[in-house]
Design a binder for this molecule. Structure first.
Ligand SMILES: Nc1ncnc2c1ncn2[C@@H]1O[C@H](COP(=O)(O)OP(=O)(O)OP(=O)(O)O)[C@@H](O)[C@H]1O
Ligand SMILES: [Mg+2]
Length: 261
């Protein structure tokens, strides 16, 4: 059976103005397919353009050139109004939940917000039940609902961010350095949660990280990015066993090894 592509980007380019007469090209001709049900990792050093690429795919930024197809429908040229149905299908989990969650809102309202914005419930009771279900899915206790983001640990805050991101049952979840700010144990817990949710909900995941060791735990396939281009793309086990590009080899060689005496 041929694998289905959920999102397909061709020849994306994006530059930003720097200063009054100069532009810097951040995304230089990137083409990328993400297959339904896979976890694709996007790896590369800081500043290589990973978040910019994610924002282009989600149409949070407009590409200078190139096209994006979502389930075979062109979304790059759509008006905001026509793009709206696609918006809920793609959600993002950010690196720093402390700044992506509104500090003045209680967890209950943070999670309910997308449900309210899209009117996907028929009664207050249904809304409350869905919020409870989401809290349970991200393995938080229900007594968290009336607390504020600052009253949680980094890992718990990331769970709140995930609950909010999956509230509308998206098809594609983009995790942009979602575990980078957490310690190693909590990273593993959140990665396990993402794996479970992915299975449970049939999600497709684009997992962005600068850390190849984190990615090995979750990715089916890896794209290595350097200076606004993708220099290597391969199934995860092949890439780790037999990296082809010099830059991939360099990234792999820079993973710290634990020395046990
Ligand atoms: N709105 C913008 N205006 C100008 N330059 C920008 C803008 N957004 C991103 N850039 C530049 O584009 C480059 C790539 O940034 P981007 O955030 O995509 O990198 P990244 O790979 O996600 O890095 P990190 O791993 O640190 O998150 C950087 O040099 C950044 O300064
Ligand atoms: Mg980034």
């Amino acid at each position: 059976m041929e694998e289905q592509v959920i999102i397909s980007a061709s020849h994306l380019k994006k530059s930003f103005r720097i200063g009054w007469n100069k532009r810097s090209c951040v995304i230089k001709d990137i083409s990328l397919d993400i297959y339904k049900g896979e976890t694709l990792a996007l790896v590369g050093e800081s500043g290589c353009g990973k978040s910019t690429l994610a924002r282009l795919l989600m149409r949070m930024l407009k590409a200078d050139e190139g096209t994006i197809l979502f389930e075979n429908n062109e979304i790059s040229g759509l008006s905001e109004k026509n793009f709206r149905p696609y918006r809920r299908e793609m959600q993002m989990v950010f690196q720093d939940p402390a700044s992506s969650l509104d500090p003045r809102m209680k967890v209950r309202d943070i999670i309910a917000e997308p449900l309210k914005a899209w009117h996907v419930y028929n009664s207050k009771k249904e809304l409350d039940e869905r919020v409870l279900e989401l809290v349970d899915m991200v393995e938080l206790r229900t007594d968290c609902l009336d607390r504020y983001p600052h009253q949680f640990s980094g890992g718990q805050r990331q769970r709140i961010g995930i609950a909010r991101a999956i509230a509308l049952n998206p098809k594609l979840l983009i995790c942009d350095e979602s575990v980078s700010a957490l310690d190693v144990c909590v990273q593993a817990q959140i990665l396990n949660l993402l794996k479970t949710l992915k299975k449970q909900m049939g999600l497709t995941c684009l997992f962005i990280s600068h850390d190849l060791s984190v990615v090995s735990f979750i990715a089916d396939r890896v794209c290595v990015m350097k200076d606004g281009t993708i220099c290597e793309s391969a199934p995860a086990n092949e890439l780790y066993k037999n990296p082809q590009h010099e830059y991939t080899k360099y990234l792999l060689s820079s993973i710290p090894q634990v020395i046990r005496k």
